[in-house]
Each structure stands twice: as C-alpha cells, then as structure tokens.
Design a protein around this ligand. Structure first.
Ligand code: GDP
Ligand code: ZN
Length: 462
C-alpha cells in the first residue's frame, strides 16, 4: 500500500445499511483534531482517554446539524491500532452515516483501505499476523465452534505454539553452530548429526499434529459442502426444512455468483454444513426434479458429504440404485426415510448397496432420527472430537496450512540429508528454511506483498 503509515484514516466500521447505530472509526495522529473540527460538544482534546462524549456533528461549512452522536476518544497506545482512535457512534441510517464520513474525509482524514486498521494493529505490534487473520475469520465465523477456534487464534494459541517450535529449532541451530567450530572431533560431528535428526523428527511430528487439524479446521471455516439427493418424493425438501428449522438462529442465505445458486448454511452438532444446490429442492412444483438423476450428479460432484435419501415405504427403484452406485466412493450417509410407514424396501439389498456407509433411519415428518443423523455427521468429521485436539489449537487458515506443509517438506530434506550423509552445514540450511517458513505464519518474517494481499481481504472498516 502506497500510503504513509501514520496518516489519519477513517471508515464506517459497522455493516452498511439500516442499523440501530453506525460507527465511523478514525485512527491516526490527527484523529482527535479531525473529529473536533466537525463536532459540537466538549473539547475532545481535553477529555480523558477512553471516554465517550455526547454531542452533535455539525457541517462547519453550513453550520447545519447532521446527527446527534456519542464520540469515543481513545488515545494511543491502548487502542486497537495503537494510534489515537476516535469512534463516532451515530444513529445509523445510510445517509447520516455517509455524510459524517464525508465530513471526516473533507476535514483531514483519508479513506481507509480494506483491513487497514488491522494492518496498523499488526504493524504497530499489537497483533501478530496469525492473530490479524483470526480477526478476519471471526468476522466470517459461521458456528460457535469456528468462532472458538478463531478466538483462540486471536488469543495467540497458534502463535505461541509456532514460536515454541521456532525457538526449539533455533536452539538446535545454535548448538550445531557451536559444534561446527570443533570439526576436528569426529565424535562431535556424530553427536551433531544425532541431535539434528532427533530434533527434526520431534518438530516434524509436532507440525504433523497441527496439519491433522487442518482438515477439520477447513470444515469449520468454510462449511462442509453437502448435497441432499434422492429421487423425487423421498423427502429432500422435508429434510432441508427440518435442518433449516432446527437452526434458525444462524441460517444465512448467501447469494452465490450466479442468480440461481443459493448456499445455505446450517449448523449440525457443531459442523457447519454448506448445503449446495438447494434451489432445486426448494422448488415446490418439483419441475426441476424431473431431471432428478442428472441434476443430482452435478451436485454430488461438488459435495464433500452426500445425504442420500431412500424411501423405506416403497421398493428400491432403478433411480435409487443408480444414485447408490454413483455415490459409493463418496463420504455419504444413507437416510432411510418414512420409517413411520410400513416397511417395503428390501433391507438386505439396501445393505449390500450401502457397503460401509452408515444408514440412518428417519421419519422426518415425525422428527425421528434427526439426532442420530446429527451425531453421525459430527462423528464422521470430528472422530476424536474437536475439544480434544492439541491444546485446542486448530489450523484453519489456508496460508498457514501451506506454510506448515512447506516446513514439513523442509524437515523431510533435513532427514534425507542426514541419512545420505550430507555435510552438517548443508543440512543446517534446510533446518533454517523450516525456521523461516514457520516465521511467516506469525509474521516474524514476512514480505510486503504478502501483507498487502492479506489485509486487502478484510472488509472495509476493520
Ligand atoms: P422431495 O420430493 O424429495 O423433496 O420430497 P418432499 O420432502 O417434498 O416429500 C414428499 C412427500 O413425502 C411429502 O408429502 C412429505 O410430507 C412426505 N414425507 C417426507 N418425509 C416423510 C416421512 O418421514 N414420513 C412420511 N410418512 N412422509 C414423509
Ligand atoms: Zn421437493
């Protein structure tokens, strides 16, 4: 970003739209002065830090009152950005909020770039890189558990773990350095190699534990792409409604890139499911389902998890068999629905076609079997349970995962080098590379492009 690092920036920090209140945030050396220029009330330059002050925003050019406001004054360094921060709480409403922002911008502040407040928090040492990313994850968190993971990360759990790894690597590198100064002793050389090998194995093992959490982490973060499929009338719409109904509080409709793609998120036992292709299921006249199998094929290609419904009150049809065959290599749960009706389906055949997949019996209209379905879903993805993962630290961020993989590769090189009898100072280079890669996670070593790319993903005002 081309802008100087401590000019005064401003943005609307609350979601744009009709809300109870809106907040315009200003940060930088001149934050207080800028606010004072458009504010009538106490002298903000004289009020104590961390106070909230009643008053009015006035357009200095026309002397017209714009809104009644509360202005928070927070002086550096105990602020989010570690700079002087002003937050103008106004009554909300797009018009007033935007006018206040315009005034702030005409009277000395510059529009903040996306993520720039958090970038400053990072640059001023308040947050490390993985914590800054956690801020972003928090904004997007979809379930309680993903919220918790992001909070832990914000709390610095992952950073602590990474720093610990780096310290251990540095210790061994220092030890190696000392030993290299006495090359004439074969015994020392042997000791050094042994030490390097032990440490590399230990660190690799710890990195792999972290990487194991990544799969779960990704699910928590992005939602598990889930397709509900089955021939017409088996109960897909009923299942969808039941899932959505149980979880009204956190259901969000996210309009996709094209008009007819709707993603709906639903939280099942802590697993955020991203239900895909629900548009077809929602279609009440079920016109779309005429092309049943074809449509299902598409949905199941994109899915991580398939919920395949079978009607227990009718015999298996060819369409059922086709769907069972088409999903046999997928993570799937077979839902044997309508168990309140007399059983007609050939259970022996179904079992055979189901293979190793779980079969859950439900009567969706009577709300039976839904708990078992939820348990099965969370069991499939959190075998050991989220709570029990290492110190509750979970890697959820794609950039972190990539770096951990590279660090793991570097350690492989260390170990291969040792096995091939490579000189210690060459092995040392790979060990150092591992140390640097880990440092990129916390931002202890970083590059400017990375920063820009990262912070530009934030929404404005953060
Ligand atoms: P879809 O075509 O797969 O979406 O199926 P729907 O959800 O629209 O359901 C088709 C019909 O089956 C509706 O009349 C539902 O009320 C009924 N239905 C769904 N689940 C059950 C169930 O568990 N038991 C019974 N008896 N009927 C069900
Ligand atoms: Zn339907």
């Amino acid at each position: 970003m081309a802008n100087s690092e401590n000019d005064t920036i401003a943005a609307i920090s609350t979601p744009v739209g009709e809300g109870g209140i809106s907040i315009i945030r200003i940060s930088g050396d001149e934050a207080v002065e800028v606010a004072q220029r458009i504010y009538k009330g106490k002298d903000l330059a004289k009020v104590a830090s961390h106070t909230i002050n009643y008053g009015h925003i006035i357009d200095p050019d026309t002397n017209q009152e714009v809104d009644e406001v509360m202005v928070s004054v927070m002086r550096a360094p105990r602020t989010y950005t570690r700079e002087d921060v002003i937050e103008i709480n106004c009554h909300g409403g797009l018009l007033a909020t935007n006018r206040i922002l315009q005034l702030v911008l005409s009277f000395g502040a510059r529009m903040a770039e996306p993520g720039e407040f958090t970038k400053r928090a990072f640059l001023n040492g308040r947050l490390d890189l993985s914590q800054s990313e956690a801020v972003m994850d928090l904004i997007r968190a979809k379930t309680d558990k993903s919220m918790k993971v992001a909070l832990n990360q914000l709390d610095g759990d992952l950073s602590r773990l990474i720093r610990h790894l780096r310290k251990d690597i540095l210790d061994v590198l220092a030890q190696v350095e000392v030993n290299i100064d006495y090359p004439e002793y074969d015994a020392v050389e042997e000791m050094t190699t042994k030490l390097l090998k032990e440490k590399a194995e230990d660190i690799q093992q710890r990195i792999q534990v972290l990487l194991k959490t990544a799969k779960q982490g990704k699910v928590l973060r992005d939602g598990l792409a889930t397709a509900i499929i089955g021939r017409p009338n088996v109960g897909k719409s009923s299942l969808l409604n039941s899932l959505l109904h149980e979880d009204k509080a956190i259901v969000t409709n996210v309009a996709g890139t094209t008009r007819d793609v709707i993603e709906e998120y639903v939280n099942v036992n802590g697993v955020p499911l991203k239900l895909i292709d629900t548009a077809g299921i929602r279609d009440t006249n079920d016109q779309v389902e005429k092309i049943g199998v074809e449509r299902s094929r598409k949905a199941l290609e994109a899915a991580d998890l398939i919920l395949l419904l079978i009607d227990s009150s009718t015999a298996l049809t060819d369409e059922d068999r086709q769907l069972l065959a088409a999903t046999k290599d997928k993570q799937r749960i077979i839902i044997l629905n309508k168990t309140d009706l007399p059983l007609t389906v050939d259970l022996a055949e179904l079992k055979k076609l189901a293979g190793n997949s779980a079969v859950i019996e439900t009567s969706i209209v009577n709300h039976e079997g839904m708990d078992q379905l939820g348990t099965q879903i969370s069991h499939m993805f959190f075998n050991e349970g989220i709570e029990s993962s290492q110190n509750n630290v979970m890697v959820t961020n794609a950039r972190h995962i990539g770096l951990l993989h590279q660090a793991n590769d570097a350690l492989n090189d260390v170990l291969t080098g040792i096995n091939d009898g490579m000189p210690v100072d060459l092995v040392q280079i790979d060990m150092t590379r591992c140390w640097e890669l880990l440092g990129e996670i916390t931002g202890d070593s970083y590059q400017d492009e990375l920063l820009d790319q990262l912070f530009s993903q934030f929404c404005l005002g953060k």
